[in-house]
Design a protein around this ligand. Structure first.
Ligand SMILES: NC(=O)c1ccc[n+]([C@@H]2O[C@H](COP(=O)([O-])OP(=O)(O)OC[C@H]3O[C@@H](n4cnc5c(N)ncnc54)[C@H](O)[C@@H]3O)[C@@H](O)[C@H]2O)c1
Ligand SMILES: O=C(O)C(=O)C[C@@H](O)[C@H](O)[C@H](O)COP(=O)(O)O
Ligand SMILES: [Zn+2]
Length: 359
């Protein structure tokens, strides 16, 4: 069973990756938490598939739980759901010895994690990710938060989970679109840190739901090593995980939240970033093509819909956290597996890259 240790001093934790782990979640969680009351936060799609299994496992391990369900989808990463969940926890008389269990995709992980960071000024939380995005990326690293109409993830906190339990079997209930979108984050990891994984992803059948636990763990390890180096994104290393996210976030926020899934927007952002990496850095055209082909193989979008205007994308991305004192910090590739943070990308370059997505 692959386990990845995230080494962050007093905030260190394990990420366990194992088929069938959801049934044993209670056993894994109980020894880590002195409190025996949990608030399970999930969404209206995930709870009917996996909620009962989790609650039964917690109960069997002596953990009493309350159940909190938000509407499925990106639009739930908002102040309304944050406030509602905090009120529900207070009404259920959760206290500082309680902990949260987030059961769902990246939306639930980010939202429930922010509830955990805020309620009573912070209580522990466990991540049980159920999408590819969440299993290879969002459940690890401690970025929690919500969106604003003005842009993605503009309000939030760093709050590391106390444990992450990844059960690849939960991926079998994902609809095809939601299954494929997550591979954009795995392709991102390969592009920035693990060129060999490009070939390995290309060798897999993109429609096979039996995603190898080793592949998920390999992605988690890439992210964990970067987070260990630069937990709060102050040094620049962690910003490399934002490859494809400047334009990607701009596109995701240019339409009503949820209309374009995160991974789909990031696929477009990756293609734009590959274009700029060829133009402004040394990325060989053949490498860029190989990564772009991988996006297509995983049924990810590579063309910007006509209805999304370049000016709207530019407006949304200008509010991104990566803009500091008016300067853009943009992630480019020198080569596959070799990313760096550039200050040479201008608004004109961004405009050109967004237009390129129409070709
Ligand atoms: N914190 C981070 O480091 C980080 C990293 C990457 C992405 N994110 C965030 O994650 C979010 C996207 O996450 P996502 O793509 O997982 O979206 P999501 O959580 O909305 O899940 C996608 C859809 O799949 C459904 N679903 C989830 N698991 C299911 C399952 N096992 N069976 C059936 N249906 C299931 C959900 O209900 C939803 O409709 C974005 O808000 C993004 O900003 C955060
Ligand atoms: O964990 C990180 O760091 C990442 O950048 C991972 C991204 O995939 C993720 O989408 C993250 O939420 C982006 O963070 P943001 O700070 O740019 O909003
Ligand atoms: Zn992302």
């Amino acid at each position: 069973m692959p386990t990845v240790h995230v080494d962050l001093a007093d905030r260190a934790y394990q990420v366990m990756v194992e088929n069938g782990l959801l049934v044993r979640a209670g056993e894994a969680i109980a020894p880590l938490h002195s409190g025996k009351r949990a608030a399970v936060i999930s969404d209206s799609n995930v709870d009917p598939h996996h909620g009962d299994t989790l609650i039964a496992s917690l109960t069997a391990a002596g953990i009493e739980s309350t159940r909190h369900i938000v509407p499925a989808g990106e639009s739930s990463k908002c102040f309304t759901q944050l406030g509602k969940l905090c009120s529900e926890l207070a009404a259920e008389r959760h206290d500082r010895s309680s902990f949260i269990v987030a059961l769902g995709g990246g939306v639930i992980g980010d939202l429930a994690g922010f509830v955990a960071a805020s309620f009573f000024r912070g209580i522990p939380f466990v991540q049980i990710p159920t999408t590819i995005v969440a299993q290879v990326d969002s459940s690890v690293g401690g970025k929690t938060g919500i969106n604003l109409p003005e842009g993605k993830n503009l309000v939030g906190a760093f709050h590391q989970p106390s444990l992450v339990l990844v059960d690849p079997d939960t991926l079998t209930t994902l609809p095809p679109r939601e299954f494929h979108e997550g591979f954009a984050e795995a392709i991102k990891h390969a592009a920035i840190r693990d060129a060999a994984m490009i070939g390995e992803l290309a060798a897999l059948d993109p429609d096979n739901r039996q995603v190898p636990a080793e592949l998920i763990a390999r992605n988690i390890a890439i992210k964990a090593r970067i987070v260990e180096e630069d937990e709060l994104e102050t040094l620049g290393t962690r910003a490399l995980l934002n490859f494809g996210h400047t334009i990607g976030h701009g596109i995701e926020a240019a339409v009503p939240y949820g209309e374009m899934l995160h991974g789909e927007a990031i696929s477009l952002g990756l293609r734009a970033a590959l274009f700029l990496s060829k133009k402004l850095s040394d990325l060989p055209a053949a490498k860029a093509q190989e990564i772009e082909d991988l996006l297509k193989q995983y049924h990810l979008p590579v063309q910007l819909p006509d209805a999304i205007t370049t000016e709207t994308v530019l407006d949304r991305l200008a509010r991104d956290k990566k803009f500091q004192s008016g300067q853009i910090r943009f992630v480019l590739l020198r080569d596959a597996g070799d990313a760096f943070l550039s200050k040479d990308v201008t608004i004109e370059h961004l405009r050109e890259a967004i237009e390129y997505l129409r070709s």
